[in-house]
Ligand binder design. Structure first.
Ligand code: NAD
Length: 173
């Protein structure tokens, strides 16, 4: 097993399905300890088990990235399980296919709450822990080419490219 990420404690949100599974497997495959955090506890557990069965280190965690209390508990789970937090990969996201004139306010909030607010909450809670550790850390936010290029039936998804990373000088002056 490669050691590049040995002793790195990493949270992957939305790690139970799709792209998140592959991210988590790759990080664990390079020696990282990965918390598989997902709103769907079943898929989080399946991904963590698959990683453990292939010799990696992973643990499942249920989280709703829209809920600050749930995200605080997720960071706490990483600290309890692995002893701290070095990185968070904010991958959890949803896409809704809607013709432009059919997008409702509810659709807008559904997408924005996970893809925007959820990322902000996860970043804030991760930074609080990293500042407590005084260790620095990495924050990676998933984005999409859809933020730069037009696709008619996902206008509200495209509206958010999720580039809300604060400058490092704000975090560690
Ligand atoms: N699929 C693509 O073509 C594509 C392209 C570019 C970017 N992306 C982005 O990549 C990320 C993953 O996409 P995917 O296609 O693998 O999606 P997916 O639907 O297969 O997986 C998303 C995961 O996020 C979880 N999730 C959803 N809402 C959540 C919440 N509130 N709290 C915690 N977990 C939640 C889901 O349960 C699921 O396991 C998303 O952010 C998406 O916007 C996807």
């Amino acid at each position: 097993m490669p050691e590049r990420l040995k002793n790195q404690r990493i949270v992957v949100s939305g790690g139970g399905r799709g792209i998140g599974v592959e991210i988590a497997k790759r990080l664990a495959g390079e020696g990282g300890s990965v918390l598989i955090a997902d709103i769907d506890e079943t898929v989080a557990r399946e991904t963590a088990e698959a990683i453990e069965n292939s010799g990696g280190m992973a643990s499942p965690c249920k989280v709703d990235v829209r809920d600050p209390g749930s995200v605080t508990a997720m960071i706490g789970a990483a600290v309890d399980t692995f002893g701290g937090l070095d990185s968070i990969f904010n991958n959890a996201g949803i896409a809704q296919v809607r013709q432009f004139l059919e997008i409702t306010e509810e659709d807008w909030h559904t997408v924005m709450d996970v893809n925007g607010l959820g990322v902000l909450i996860c970043m804030q809670e991760a930074v609080k822990q990293m500042l407590k550790q005084d260790s620095g850390g990495s924050i990676i936010n998933m984005a999409s080419i859809a933020g730069k290029q037009g696709y008619e039936p996902i206008a509200h998804y495209r509206a958010l490219s999720r580039t809300i990373v604060p400058p490092s000088s704000v975090l560690w002056p």
